[in-house]
Design a binder for this molecule. Structure first.
Ligand code: F6P
Ligand code: MG
Length: 448
């Protein structure tokens, strides 16, 4: 089921090079909508228990809203402005208006005649509209069950990762800088491969981590197409030596992606950064509404720490207790901002979310997790694969930044000449099958 592309509207950043990715995977979105409807339906007794008749009525109205939405999507109807009155409604409607203005001959923007990035984000925002418009359902997270399940199905891997972390922490004092670097590089790779476990690519099916994450690393190494992790290390340590006055005490910002196993890998990396002294502060950035099936919300973040603390496993619970402590004393903090759930490319951030951009500018290192963040970093264009990562960012450079992403969408820059052709001949689906990964770094201070 491929979408026939009529000309898509030019994006707000049309001044930049590259053409757009079209909506090619149409069938995944209705499947996700169907699952949301099923989830609401399955929870109908709970809504009744919690809110009485009012809950049952809200559930029915939300389901009818979502069924209508699925029909609009499947029959390529024009996209409709949002009618709720949330914090981001105006920003969404302005963006949609600007997209419409870019259409030629008065053609209306519809589901299949729009850039995929825009439409995919729009679908998740419309799901939220169905809930906002039907209180008391406005706080319901239809993806919550799947996220929790993914966490519990990855228990073995989480146990082994937490055990590894706690052993590292015990030996940290005696570690040489080289050993510290080796462990940093391992944990950044674990966080990278954690991104395999998102539920959006599998339309909500189990995608949890079963094997030991550290043991799997050597076999996965050859699937990393670009590895700038040594530059990330250099950003964290000053050249004259980390144990001496060279320590930078960095503030690291992690733009989170998925809950479940991926979030645990991010927390483990963040713990290592703090416990080793490589960073003094970590700011986590999550989503303010349920997003792309498995993305982290504040509730997921807090639940994950609580569940890890409560685990019946010595090293898991020790890790959870430590994380809770980091949150309490402000070493770690969680933040959300409506910009992360708008359809904008990140190069729009200085204008469309100046407050967020200013905050990121004061970071020493920003880690962007996952595929969707990569699409927004690069504007989701069909770039030549050899285009430099810096160039694809089109001016978005608040601070040194690094993308950690497994490939699930048709965009990949920063490859060597001939590299894409070679992988393509061995594995034609390399850009979307989640088997390959990239660690890509860019710094405003770096020589171009
Ligand atoms: O492949 C489906 C998809 O929804 C992509 O559109 C999106 O980029 C990806 O899944 C989400 O992946 P991640 O959780 O890594 O951002
Ligand atoms: Mg995600």
């Amino acid at each position: 089921m491929e979408a026939e592309g009529t000309m898509p509207p030019q994006s707000l950043s049309a001044k930049f090079e590259g053409s757009f990715a079209y909506l090619t995977v149409r069938d995944r979105l209705p499947t996700i909508l169907t699952k949301v409807v099923d989830t609401l339906h399955r929870n109908k007794d709970n809504f009744f228990k919690e809110y009485g008749e009012e809950g049952t009525e809200a559930e029915k109205r939300a389901i009818s809203f979502l069924s209508k939405l699925r029909n609009e999507l499947q029959t390529d109807k024009p996209v409709l402005a949002l009618t709720d009155n949330a914090e981001d409604t105006q920003a969404w409607n302005e963006y949609m208006g600007r997209q419409q203005d870019l259409m030629e001959n008065g053609q209306l923007v519809s589901w299949f005649k729009s850039p995929w990035l825009y439409v995919e984000c729009y679908m998740y925002r419309r799901i939220q509209e169905a809930l906002y418009m039907n209180p008391p359902m406005h706080n319901f997270d239809a993806f919550k069950e799947g996220k929790t399940q993914s966490y519990f199905e990855s228990q073995q891997a989480i146990k082994s990762l937490c055990t590894y972390l706690q052993q590292l922490i015990t030996n940290m004092e005696n570690m040489t800088e080289i050993q510290l670097q080796e462990n940093f590089l391992k944990l950044i790779q674990v966080s990278l491969w954690g991104n395999k476990c998102d539920l959006s690519i599998s339309a909500g099916q189990d995608n949890s981590q079963k094997s030991s994450p550290i043991d799997s690393l050597p076999d996965l190494q050859r699937f990393i197409l670009v590895d700038d992790s040594s530059m990330v290390w250099s950003t964290l340590v000053a050249s004259q030596g980390f144990r001496s006055s060279g320590m930078k005490h960095a503030r690291v910002d992690i733009i989170l992606d998925n809950a479940g196993f991926e979030l645990v890998t991010d927390l483990v990396l963040a713990d290592f950064l703090i416990s080793s002294g490589l960073a003094k502060q970590i700011r986590f950035h999550g989503k303010s509404i349920p997003w792309f099936v498995s993305d982290v919300t504040k509730q997921d973040f807090e639940c994950t720490i609580k569940q890890t603390m409560a685990a019946n496993h010595k090293w898991m619970s020790a890790s959870g207790v430590q994380w809770k402590h980091f949150m309490k004393d402000g070493t770690w903090s969680y933040h959300d901002h409506p910009f992360w759930t708008l359809p904008h490319e990140f190069c729009d951030m200085p204008v469309d979310a100046a407050d967020l951009y200013n905050t990121l500018q004061t970071s020493d290192l920003i880690l962007f997790k996952g595929d969707l963040n990569y699409r927004k970093l690069t504007g989701d264009r069909k770039w030549e694969h050899t285009v430099r990562f810096d160039q694809a960012l089109r001016g978005f450079q608040p601070a040194p930044l690094c993308s950690l992403r497994t490939l699930k969408a048709d965009v990949q820059v920063g490859l060597q000449a001939g590299q894409a052709e070679k992988i393509s001949s061995q594995d034609p689906d390399w850009m979307t099958n989640g088997k390959y990964a990239a660690i890509q770094f860019s710094s405003p201070h770096r020589e171009q």
